[in-house]
Design a protein around this ligand. Sequence first.
Ligand code: LCS
Length: 393
Amino acid sequence: MDTKNTGFNSKLIHAGGIHDEMGSAVTPIYQTSTFKFKNADQGARRFAGEESGYIYTRLGNPTIEDLENTLAELENGYKAVVTSSGMAAVNTVYMAFLASGDHMIGHNAVYGPSRGVMEKIFPKYGVESSFIDCTNIENIKKAIKPNTKLLYLETPANPTIGITDLKAASKLAHEHNILVCVDNTFCSPYLQKPLDLGADIVLHSMTKFINGHADIVGGAVIASTKELFDPIAFVMKNIGFNMDPHQAWLTRRGLKTLSIRIDKAQENAQKVAEFLENHPKVEWVLYPGLKSHPQYELAKQQMNGPGAMMSFEVKGGLESGKKVMDNVKMALLAVSLGGIETLIQHPASMTHSKISREGKLEAGITDGLIRLSVGIEDAEDIIADLEQALAIA
Ligand code: LCS
């Protein structure tokens, strides 16, 4: 059915279209690398773009397209490509829009490797970058150079939960002809729609909330216009950042329950954040659903909910924090986030360990910061688990 005018939940279930002549309720896994042509002319027409239809899975596949169409609709975008990982999505955007002599501005507390590839690989190709605190729009203004082509934001940011004003940042960037890309991984389109707020491109690590079951690695890039989509699709197809059909099928399945998973995780997260904020051994908690979050009001305006990600510090710093991480029994001490299980990790020595010490401190990734991705278990059990671990710390 056409889901263009349906609500978000109906899109989650029915968008994308079912590519099957047998009447199956879901799009099957077209686990094939290539597609037969009826004759040589048809093959030539498909390559020339004169006839729609499939050619080769890196260039397009029904199972993959089902997921791409769904994501484009959920983010209110023009079209989407899905990729083998979130990092493939990040690199697709960098490669599509940055060339030798260009400059990009990124938020200083993005996911470690999103900054790492820009600082370690892209200088080889003549691209320069400034990673700054984009939660203050004045900083972005100051960092703009005549050759700035891309503003790369992540909000809430990993792992500092800093929130950037997407409307204000997009307006400023567009006044200088700068493209705005937002990593929407922490929210998913259920909680935030960056394109509606003025951004040009949205990307995701679908490894997280979109798939939601900690069983695949994947990414996506959604563009607001054809003009922006074409170079994105070109990079994905020709660099070979494509997703596998089985991976796409699992992701499409996980996506169906996005809203009910996030509703539950978020309800739990609010309770966990309040528990931590009131705990005598906890120094501070950063969660957009707490009034103590410095951008609490902004979060309420641009997000449909505070999400399930938070960071906190145990009194006594890293040594006490390690005791909590080593003694949780239900939460998994593991990187990644946005799955149905509660995960705890230490960004300074794990996800963000490759960023220089000065870079980490400037971005607020202190040694004591612990990141928590709250799952959909019972809130009472998550809290009891943290409580007994904090008792040991
Ligand atoms: N963007 C964000 C915000 C992320 O958190 C991650 C991965 C990526 C992009 C890259 O996606 P991937 O290639 O892993 O699918 N974040 C991770 C994290 O915080 N812990 O482990 C991975």
